[in-house]
Write a protein that binds this ligand. Structure first.
Ligand code: PMP
Length: 397
């Protein structure tokens, strides 16, 4: 008797959907493809010299520590740097508040492990970051969308969904959201913090993009609102401001929960690579004090965002709507009703351009006329050519 291997798969894995970038993977690359699909930072801005110096320094000065097993909480030097950066952003943080993660994606996954029982409800934005939905889904959570407008989730609907579903937590990307690029303004943040604290649920704030601001004044993390003391978990990462391949992020959790996160992390991967953490700590100390370090990246992304936006405005069908991000990596486009952007992907790929259809970003009730364009990967010439190809593909539908 031999059962097919598939019969051994867990129920939660069987209902797990692959990431859209995996699903569409083979078509999204290729020499002649202009990709607006992935949120890939432009490798031109990876500071490989600074990183080489950092890894050399670590291996020259403390190879025994860098190459040895380490503790799950994370390297003290890196937690110190991370605490300093969060404090500078307006969220007073001590190293003891932090645990280093293998990218913020691991933080999301560990939130599922530590906080979620099968059937627990998590409220999310509509649209939202689907890799979070997929990770939460693996712990058995049910995700429910909260109505979201151009200023983020709508506080009245947040209250209504809390009344209806008794969620355990709400997962938000308040600054330069993925996929919309929207930032929740101060007044709306205030109203959201009020609803969360009044109902005594948890906030999970995912903040990978806030350093990539090219317009306007920065806002402190929503999690820093004093009403959310002891009720907020914040995730940050070096992926968008250093390099995603380094896989370093951190999680700030209430004191009562942090030991459980460390324990869950140790069960998952013992600890984040010690050599990577030590190199990141050295790099942060040497280079990340400089507030202008990211200015060239911000200037390039701003130019690319404006270029993409203006070609969309010139060439896309009448009635098209789009977001006007102040930073981050994405523009969210809404074609007039009746368009189905899943149907657009085939003709777009044939024309040599890719994007991610809106249906990839909703926990429920997908809006198919929407889609996400990433403006960070290519320079303006390719962006212009890519938007032209896309406009032609839309016209061909
Ligand atoms: N959260 C959001 C909202 C993201 O967009 C991303 C990256 N696509 C992540 C988390 C994961 O980032 P990391 O590389 O730090 O795991």
């Amino acid at each position: 008797m031999s059962r097919p291997a598939e019969e051994f798969i867990s129920r939660r894995m069987a209902s797990h959907r692959p990431a859209p970038l995996r699903k569409y993977g083979p078509w999204l690359r290729g020499p002649n493809i202009i990709s607006f699909a992935g949120g890939l930072p432009d490798p031109e801005f990876f500071d490989h010299r600074g990183l080489r110096e950092a890894y050399d320094h670590v291996l020259d000065t403390d190879p025994g520590r860098a190459l040895q097993y380490a503790n799950g909480e994370g390297e003290p030097d890196l937690r110190e740097q991370a605490a300093r950066m969060l404090t500078e952003e307006g969220y007073a943080t001590e190293p003891a508040d932090l645990m280093i993660t293998t990218g913020s994606q691991q933080g999301i996954s560990l939130i599922g492990t530590v906080l979620i029982d099968p059937g627990d409800v998590i409220l999310v934005e509509s649209p939202t970051y689907m890799s979070a939905v997929r990770a939460f889904g693996l712990s058995g959570a049910t995700m429910i969308s909260v109505e979201t407008d151009l200023d983020g989730i709508v506080p009245d609907d947040l209250q209504a969904k809390i009344n209806q579903y008794q969620p355990k937590l709400v997962y938000l990307i308040p600054t330069f959201q993925n996929p919309t690029g929207i930032t929740i303004p101060a007044e709306r943040r205030d109203a959201i913090a009020e609803v969360i604290s009044r109902n005594d649920i948890l906030l999970v704030e995912d903040d990978p993009y806030s350093e990539l601001r090219f317009f306007g004044e920065s806002l402190p993390p929503l999690a820093s609102d004093p009403r959310l003391e002891g009720r907020a978990i914040l995730l940050s990462t070096l992926s968008k401001v250093l390099a995603p391949g380094v896989r370093i992020g951190w999680l700030r959790a209430p004191a009562a929960l942090k030991p459980l996160f460390v324990s869950a992390k140790q069960a998952a991967d013992m600890h984040t690579s010690a050599i990577d953490q030590m190199a990141a700590a050295y790099y942060a100390d040497q280079y990340m004090h400089d507030q202008h370090r990211l200015d060239p990246v911000r200037a390039a992304y701003r130019e690319r965002c404006e270029c993409m936006g203006s070609w969309i405005d010139k060439l896309f069908p009448e009635g098209t709507r789009r977001t006007y991000p102040d930073g981050g990596m994405f523009i969210w486009v809404g074609l007039p009703d009746g368009y189905d952007t899943d149907q657009l992907l085939g003709p777009a790929i044939e024309s040599g351009v890719t994007f991610l259809p809106g249906s990839s970003f909703y926990a429920d009730n997908p809006v198919r006329s929407n889609f996400r364009l990433s403006f960070c990967t290519h320079g303006t010439e390719k962006i212009e050519e890519g938007v032209k190809r896309l406009a032609a593909a839309i016209e061909s539908l």
